[in-house]
Design a protein around this ligand. Structure first.
Ligand code: SF4
Length: 242
């Protein structure tokens, strides 16, 4: 089986907060976010064998405890991703996934095989704005992924799950809609950075969190990752913006 490969980081302390991991980037994404920080991975071809990728992962064993699959959109290569995750687990690695959620069947397969330990799911807008924003019909698919992940998380079949909102000035109102959908799971407010739009500051993101009245994880370029629980703030490690 061949993988459209996008890159490899042998040691990352930001892709799975609290854990040293290696990160495998898979090439290709059906979505075209204007703010994408990995644009060069949206297209192109660099096919490698599963064995080659597993060798890369295995080579980091001494320094890391897990592997994160990111992209691009790793679930676009569903069969190959499941094979990689299954084999990485077999090698004793924990497996994390960064996803936009547009391929729920792949997420279901990973969970059914217990081949994933952590999922970070990007939700980009309230459902009735989704398809317009992404210029494709993705809302139902992402909704389904959220349901699958939440159910697995509640049932203990998915050890870690978080919903990530990349937030831009002018779109602050989206948070309360997405927060309602993400009840019962960790919610990350990630500072969106795009062009000349002034990014929301950590203080502004904390104010937004106060407005929805729930603990959140705030992620900014300036402060890394901060767990915010109202007037009590504790720090954790940062995570790279997708
Ligand atoms: S931000 Fe994520 S979903 Fe959007 S184009 Fe980039 S890889 Fe795809």
């Amino acid at each position: 089986m061949r993988i459209n490969f996008g890159g490899f980081i042998p040691i990352s302390t930001v892709d799975w907060p609290g854990r040293a991991v290696c990160t495998v980037f898979l090439r290709g994404c059906p979505v075209r976010c204007d703010y994408c920080h990995n644009r060069d991975l949206q297209n192109g071809e660099d096919y490698r064998s599963v064995d080659e990728i597993i060798d890369l992962i295995r080579s980091t064993r001494i320094a890391v405890s897990g592997v994160v699959f990111s992209g691009g959109e790793p679930t676009q290569q569903g069969e190959a991703l499941v094979e990689l995750a299954r084999r990485a687990k077999g090698e004793g690695f924990l497996v994390g996934l960064h996803t936009n959620g547009v391929y729920p069947a792949v997420i279901s397969d990973l969970i059914a095989e217990r081949a994933v330990d952590r999922i970070a799911l990007d939700i980009k807008a309230r459902w009735n704005r989704y398809d317009n924003l992404l210029r494709e019909k993705y809302a139902l698919a992402v909704k389904e992924t959220l349901k699958v992940c939440k159910t697995a998380y509640m049932q203990g079949k998915l050890p870690e799950f978080q919903v990530v909102i990349t937030l831009f000035r002018g779109y602050e109102d989206e948070v309360r809609y997405i927060s309602a959908e993400a009840e019962g799971v960790d919610l990350v407010l990630q500072q969106g950075i795009f062009g000349r739009v002034r990014p929301l500051s950590s203080d502004e993101l904390r104010e937004i969190a106060d407005g929805i009245g729930r603990p959140v994880i705030i992620r900014t370029r300036e402060e890394g990752e901060t767990r915010y629980e109202g007037n009590r703030i504790g720090r954790s490690s940062g995570e790279r913006q997708r």
